[in-house]
Design a protein around this ligand. Sequence first.
Ligand code: ARG
Length: 461
Amino acid sequence: MSEKLWDGRFTEGTDKLVERFTSSIDYDRKLYAYDIEGSIAHCTMLAKVGVLTDEERDTLIRGLEQVRGEIEAGEFRYTDSLEDIHMHIESRLAEVVGRVAQKLHTARSRNDQVALDIRMYLRAETRYVISALRSLRKALADLAEKQMGVILPGYTHTQRAQPVLLSHHLMAYYEMFTRDMARFEDCLKRINVMPLGSAALAGTTYPIDRHHTAELLDFPEVSANSMDSVADRDFAVEFMAGASLCMVHLSRISEEFILWSTSEFAFIEISDAFTTGSSIMPQKKNPDVCELVRGKTGRVLGDLMALLTLMKSLPMAYNRDMQEDKEPLFDAVDTLKMCVDVYARMLPHVRFRADVMEKATATGFLNATDMADYLVTKGMPFRQAHGVVGRAVSVALSQGKELHELSLEALRGFSDLISDDLFAFLTTEQMVNRRRSFGGTASENVGQAIAAAHKALEGEK
Ligand code: ARG
């Protein structure tokens, strides 16, 4: 006799290559714990509504628990001929408890079963990601607090632009990851919906109580349309879109850390525990963690694209295509988790070289905007001031000097509104601390932003 659970109408056995081709057991075995928990809830509900006796329920639950034990002990046998984790568990259950196992699948289909398992899996993983992002944000806020007072050039177009606090720069990432976390919290609401009982697509003739199943599995909501329940994976697309954005944010901080750890920048040094050496060049200390996070961003964006493309144009309701949702989803989840975790761990091990950063603020005309602002305080319209300073920059450049290295006499040649109070106006600290507009880089603002972050983090506990 065949071990398949669906071959009543078949007269020929499945081709071996087709078995290999259609099998998903290599990866969907990851869902075993959710599958068993879902089945236990399902038969508990079936007993409550009288479809199963209490005795049958208890036998099934005991059998399911034994199967779980076998899987966890590594004693479970996997085979392509049983396709997926759902079939494996049910088939082993039959060996363990006998004929009563055939009743477990009453009022259920693999279509709603797999939808349930994925939602339970993704719900747990999303909660993990949320707490990991909280740790990452905490690490950033702590670092920003510790580095308070350090000034570095802020860049636009990767060209030195205006001086900013390092803490302000770090808190920019705090903001990005805060939004990422909010996206995951929001998408969790749509993941956390219970699809079981939708059966193959149309619902079921048995008098089931889906709300009871939902209660048993701690779902606040039951899906409203049986076809939609088995047909869509939009909740997974949302998660992966959130994961993609979060990875894009991580790739940007990675790119900066890679640049900053070059000898050309030398703004940071990443500790030995988070870097690796070269097999041929003894002097090397490479920022591999950052590079890998930057690289892995591509995988997650690809995973999102794979799922979107998979779902595009699928007719209602379930289609076997959808079995292909799991590998990209699992990959995106595993990759994101690892990247967020490794960053939260690495951040305290990054040494910021305040001396090099401050030195870098002294060149590159970072005070040009402020010199224009100075002229504005003396009554000159901004556009005109912009032109005056532009001419001063051009002259300074030709002499290999910075603006503040020109003599007062030379500066007055550009505008007689300039007097010797200009030099104090152009110190780096002054430039930073004058930017007190809400969200600006002044120490006072950044200190408040950090305090607000700590307060928010406390409140999330
Ligand atoms: N392994 C399948 C999947 O992951 C389970 C659902 C199969 N349903 C079916 N009617 N063949 O999508």
